[in-house]
Design a protein around this ligand. Structure first.
Ligand code: ADP
Length: 395
């Protein structure tokens, strides 16, 4: 079955806001654009607004302000709302949402009910699509007789069979176990691209997002805080939240000792120096406290050499606290001299607990953010009651 043929729309989300009942905005002026055929993943923790945004795109929810347009044609703005069935889209849900009283093939054929074709042609296409997702043998079974993974394949077949222009995925893998999740992820990626549809996929799982996306949008408390390629997100996170949510070995406090060019700083940490991306820092912050955020892939570990010229730039002394075998090598938890810990630090050799080691940092995966940006109080917070007792002591 040739899946291509969908006329995939470009997607424009322009200043979209949504408030439910409370004062809190579920979505706050979200804007981004997806090109025709692009695979967009919206990534964020629970409560960040992912479901609200995908439901607005689907037309299941109405927006308060802003605009949603497919191929330049408005489908939603205040006072205008095109219903889901008029948006040429299909959605795959976390809980599969299959009709329990219909067999697998009937569930899939149901998606073709609005197209001008006979029942036997609908059935033929549904069977072909089930074959594509590896379920030809299960076509006559009811959802309750299928495993979770099989039910999600039926749901995927149902979404793809009518070749919709826009495919929406609402955390489709989160109810499946790890091995199945990985296999179905690969199938979603290849079938969606074969179909040519524009896709929007929501998840809280950063590895899923990086594996699937042409573009990732990170949501934090209803706001889209970064929208870029997975590579740009990984190598140049714009905020500490984005860096933390997309995988860090850990964070170390230090101060800016000097600048190299416009976008690199030298951070002093104890008796060593680490070069790092300057991020949103500016030169007026020279000497100021920063947090050095370190990507997992940027940290590696080797046995300490006892070299008298050390510590060299981008190297820190540490002690192994834990080690875990990972097949291709070992992940270590390393405590550096100031008591901070880095996790998931790779080493080809096993370095045992208690060993003195040398932590080597790759500057391309190190980001310096000012303490205020990093969400760390720059001055200790002292309650007024404590201040009162302090002043009475001082008398
Ligand atoms: P996510 O999908 O990232 O977990 P949601 O879009 O479900 O986030 O929720 C965003 C915010 O909107 C949360 O604060 C949530 O409590 C709130 N919210 C979501 N749905 C409703 C609703 N139907 N009524 C009231 N508040 C809601």
């Amino acid at each position: 079955m040739d899946l291509a043929g969908a006329s995939a729309p470009s997607l424009r989300i322009d200043g979209v806001s949504k408030r439910y009942v409370s004062d809190k905005l579920a979505l706050d002026e979200v804007r981004f654009q997806a090109r025709s055929g692009e695979f967009v993943v919206l990534l964020g923790p629970s409560g960040s607004g992912k479901s609200t945004l995908i439901r607005l795109i689907a037309g299941i929810e109405t927006l308060d302000s802003g605009e949603i347009a497919f191929d330049g044609k408005t489908v939603a703005r205040a006072g205008k709302h095109l219903p889901p069935e008029e948006r040429d889209l299909a959605m795959v849900f976390q809980d599969y949402a299959l009709w329990p009283h219909m067999k697998a093939v009937e569930n899939v054929a149901f998606a073709l009910r609005r197209l001008k074709m006979g029942a036997s042609e609908r059935r033929r296409m549904a069977l072909e699509m089930l074959d594509r997702v590896g379920l030809a043998a299960n076509a006559e079974q009811y959802p309750n007789d299928l495993s979770g993974g099989e039910q999600q394949r039926v749901a995927l077949a149902r979404a793809l069979v009518a070749k919709p222009g826009l495919l929406l995925f609402d955390e489709p893998l989160s109810n499946l176990d790890a091995d199945l999740r990985e296999r179905l992820r690969v199938e979603i990626a290849s079938l969606t691209r074969e179909c040519g549809s524009t896709a929007v996929y929501i998840t809280h799982d950063q590895s899923e997002a990086f594996a699937l996306a042409d573009k990732i949008g990170v949501l934090h408390a209803g706001r889209l805080v970064q929208y870029s390629t997975p590579e740009a997100l990984y190598t140049a996170p714009e905020t500490p939240f984005v860096a933390r949510f997309t995988g860090l070995a850990g964070e170390l406090p230090g101060y800016i000792e000097s600048w190299i060019g416009d976008d690199t700083v030298v951070v002093r940490i104890g008796d060593t120096r680490v070069t790092a991306h300057a991020g949103s820092l500016d030169r007026s912050q020279l000497g100021g406290n920063v947090h050095l955020l370190i990507r997992t892939a940027a940290a590696s570990v080797a046995q300490a050499t006892g070299d008298i010229d050390r510590p060299a730039t981008n190297e820190l002394d540490g002690t192994v606290c834990d080690v875990a075998f990972r097949g291709r090598g070992y992940d270590h938890v390393v405590e550096v001299s100031n008591g901070h810990r880095l996790v998931g630090v790779f080493g080809a050799e096993r370095l045992d607990r208690g060993m003195q080691v040398q932590l080597v940092l790759d500057p391309t995966g190190c980001f310096a953010f000012g303490d205020a940006d990093a969400g760390v109080a720059t001055t200790p917070v002292v309650e007024s009651r404590s201040l009162a007792s302090l002043s009475s002591l001082a008398r």
